[in-house]
Design a protein around this ligand. Structure first.
Ligand SMILES: Nc1ncnc2c1ncn2[C@@H]1O[C@H](COP(=O)(O)OP(=O)(O)OP(=O)(O)O)[C@@H](O)[C@H]1O
Ligand SMILES: [Mg+2]
Length: 304
């Protein structure tokens, strides 16, 4: 687990990745085994997420001089674990996790609400990133709800994502950028369903089955923050991370974890009832949860 806090060092840290250390001392400074274990035990039904995130993080952290920043994009429908995984990752990388001064979280509704101010947003976003990378090259930038971002805005960060040596006099190749969106979720769900109908196991779904559909969907959808974006066109995303729709038995696992976390007794009847109370699609087969595990926590109280 996540018990490395006691070895975490001073509260205000020098500017670097705050490796939290592992509970097992032999693991050394590498967070990878801990992150991998956490993902393997706590993230349900997302084999590709585990694979892609670990690949990205491992390559990036093992390289003392990365040629470009790590850019990952999380896609999937609601409640499939995008926010959950991004905060888990950040917690391993930075002391104080999302509260770290080196972690910057953008939400379009909060930070860029007015379409008519897009030019101002472009300037301030560029300056914000530039300033923070000058201050700390090991910064992380999370762009949540990319589908609510005004198209065109995100392209101002293109210079920070590529492999050039420096931009505006700053080495920015140790930064991490994570985009999160529901865009592509429908395509992921359709492919997963089609493969299920073709009797292909969920674990057999490959990135190649999904990535082209996701890229196409986000690039061609005017409702997506990546609409006609150079970020897609110039292939600046290193790791596309698809979150598959969750099935009934995954939801049950979420219910169990939630009960344990709330200190409640795990009664099979309750687990079943909570999982049954969630809507599933498609209409006939009722295979996948329409809200993933999102409403699990709030539903539990109704069944206790
Ligand atoms: N694959 C999963 N494995 C374990 N728990 C999950 C998973 N997906 C979701 N959960 C649980 O459900 C909660 C809600 O999920 P999360 O906030 O990560 O969804 P999301 O993909 O970000 O959805 P949205 O697109 O609506 O933002 C999480 O806090 C976690 O407890
Ligand atoms: Mg989310």
């Amino acid at each position: 687990g996540r018990t490395a806090g006691s070895q975490a060092g001073p509260a205000v840290l020098s500017c670097r990745v705050a490796f939290r250390g592992c509970s097992s001392p032999s693991a050394g400074p590498c967070i990878c085994p801990c992150l991998e274990f956490d993902l393997a035990t706590n993230l349900v039904g997302q084999p590709l997420v585990r694979q892609q995130v670990m690949k990205g993080v491992r390559e990036f952290l093992e390289n003392p001089n990365p040629v470009k920043p790590l850019v990952m994009s999380f896609h999937g429908s609601t409640g499939t674990g995008k926010t959950y995984v991004s905060s888990m990752l950040i917690r391993y990388l930075f002391q104080r996790g999302l509260q770290s001064p080196y972690v910057h979280h953008f939400s379009p509704i909060v930070h860029f609400p007015h379409a008519e101010q897009i030019e101002q947003y472009k300037e301030s976003l560029k300056h914000w990133i530039q300033g923070n990378l000058t201050n700390c090259g090991r910064s992380a930038f999370l762009f949540d709800e990319m589908d609510k971002m005004h198209p065109g805005l995100i392209d101002v960060i293109i210079p920070f994502l590529g492999p050039s040596w420096v931009v505006y006099g700053t080495n920015y190749r140790k930064a991490i950028f994570i985009f999160i969106s529901n865009a592509g979720g429908e395509q992921i769900n359709n492919v997963t369903l089609a493969l299920w109908r073709a009797r292909k196991d969920r674990e057999e779904i490959s990135l190649q089955d999904l990535e082209p559909a996701i890229s196409k969907a986000v690039f061609e959808n005017p409702q997506s923050g990546f609409w006609k974006s150079g970020i897609i066109n110039e292939h600046l995303i290193d790791f596309v991370v698809p979150f598959l729709p969750l099935k009934h038995h995954h939801v049950k696992q979420c219910v169990v974890s939630e009960l344990v976390q709330q200190g409640l007794e795990v009664r099979p009847g309750v687990v079943q009832e909570v999982a049954d109370s969630i809507p599933y699609f498609p209409e006939e087969e009722k295979l996948f949860s329409s809200t993933g595990c999102k409403t699990v926590a709030s539903r539990i109280s109704f069944f206790f």
